[in-house]
Ligand binder design. Structure first.
Ligand code: HAM
Length: 419
């Protein structure tokens, strides 16, 4: 036998028994997109490396360690891999916004997409090299009302998906006016304790001191004593953050202020937020996260335009649903069309007629004994078997109860199934 080939490390096949949960969370995201007046956008799966380097920052994990490079064909100009698979969609959406002159459209733009992202990370539970995000971006509104609207939307998504116990953690990381002083305060503080920093933090301290705060290896007492972002906000950022908190309180969104929440991408300004299953903070990965990026579009060559968005990880949402014991709602009743004779044309014609009226049908294309066909229809989850007799007459069998009605018309079949 030939050697078999496995899926690449960090990727997953979703087998039919797993896809019901996916369809469910995607349907919740799509329905919320409609109710929150978000418009669908799609961008390429790969972009120029430079877009991510500039947008997310050279020192972000996504760029520094996790870039999935894409090369052109051998011998082509692109052999040197000028592209990378998208680690996230915000930079690509900002690029599209600039490239298509979308600033002239009546704003703010409310955009959404669902799709796979790629990060060359070390795979583990809840961390994959290919994973799916539901992404939402609102471009052209400086907030804080839109910040509150999006944090409430993410919260509602988890509740409607079936996770009742999700808490939002929020923070403000300031802007270009107040962040430099906050960075200096962090550098001064952590430099005093340099010997207690892990290798990643020691290396990053002067490049990106905020990231030291979300280093999982940082000792708790050191983290607790660190300068807090919200104590270093300028008046405009403080007003924004206070405004956001007031709106979240008024909306009844469950949130906590987390002084260590800084997010891992450089484009963030002011509001940063993440969602966690309540009660297990600290030991778990975020279900989703987002924040404001008021400088990103300008950084990528567009005119200054504020923006805010989130990316909710659907893989992690589904893992959390499974842990919470979620089971898919009963699907539509399935009808198996079976036959005593070998008139497959008639079976297919009946199947087509039922399908045209919206019924799900699985015809049996075999010439096995009727008993075998009934057995495999029940195993395949059919609730009903419609048996075409040798004389062409139809019999309808309720596979759960084992009851059979002979000489039925298709109208009676439809009535029985939908009743
Ligand atoms: P992020 O925090 O890097 O933000 O990713 C958002 C979510 O994607 C995470 O909370 C997690 O659920 C999921 N995720 C990330 N990496 C992995 C992985 N390796 N395996 C499984 N799930 C993963 C962003 O990507 C930003 N673009 C969010 C945003 C949108 N900010 C503003 N607009």
């Amino acid at each position: 036998m030939a050697k078999t080939i496995s899926a690449p490390r960090g990727t997953r096949d979703l087998l039919p028994e797993e896809t019901a949960a996916w369809s469910h969370v995607e349907a919740v995201a799509r329905d919320l997109s409609r109710r929150y007046a978000l418009e669908r956008i799609e961008i390429p799966l790969f972009e120029r490396v430079e877009l991510f380097a500039r947008g997310l920052g050279e020192s972000s994990d996504a760029v520094e360690k996790e870039m999935f490079r894409v090369a052109g064909a051998k011998g082509s100009e692109e052999e040197a891999a000028p592209w990378a698979l998208r680690p996230e969609p915000t930079a690509g959406i900002a690029r599209a916004f600039i490239e298509h002159g979308m600033h002239v459209r009546p704003g703010p733009l409310r955009l959404t997409m669902i799709g796979p992202m790629f990060r060359y990370d070390r795979p583990q539970a809840g961390r994959y090299r290919q994973f799916v995000q539901w992404d939402v971006e609102v471009i052209g509104d400086a907030g804080p009302a839109v910040d509150a609207e999006l944090i409430e939307l993410g919260h509602r998504f988890y509740a409607e998906a079936g996770l009742r116990d999700v808490v939002a953690r929020i923070n403000s990381i300031g802007d270009s006016t107040c962040r430099p002083a906050y960075r200096d305060a962090l550098i001064a503080y952590f430099s005093e304790h340099a010997g207690r920093l892990g290798p990643d933090s020691a290396r990053r301290l002067h490049v990106n001191p905020l990231r030291v705060l979300d280093d999982k290896t940082l000792p708790d007492d050191l983290a607790a004593g660190a300068p807090r972002g919200i104590d270093h906000l300028c008046d405009a950022c403080r007003e924004h953050f206070d405004g956001l908190r007031g709106l979240l309180d008024a909306l009844g969104v469950r949130y906590e202020v987390d002084h260590r929440l800084v997010r891992g991408l450089d484009y963030y300004t002011r509001t940063a937020f993440e969602y966690y299953v309540a009660g297990r903070e600290g030991q778990q990965q975020a279900l989703g996260g987002g924040g404001r990026y008021d400088g990103l579009i300008e950084l990528l060559g567009g005119r200054p335009t504020p923006g805010i968005g989130f990316g909710l990880g659907l893989d992690r949402t589904i893992l959390a649903l499974e842990e919470a014991g979620w089971t898919p709602p009963a699907g539509q009743a399935l009808v198996a069309v079976l036959g005593a004779g070998d008139d497959h044309g008639r079976r297919l014609a009946i199947a087509a007629e039922l399908r045209a009226t919206g019924i799900a049908v699985r015809p049996d294309g075999s010439t096995r004994k009727l008993g075998k066909q009934i057995e495999s229809a029940a195993k395949a989850g059919a609730a009903w078997a419609l048996i075409v007799g040798e004389d062409g007459a139809l019999a309808l069998r309720d596979l759960e109860r084992g009851e059979q009605r002979d000489s039925v018309t298709l109208g009676e079949v439809r009535a029985a199934i939908s009743g």
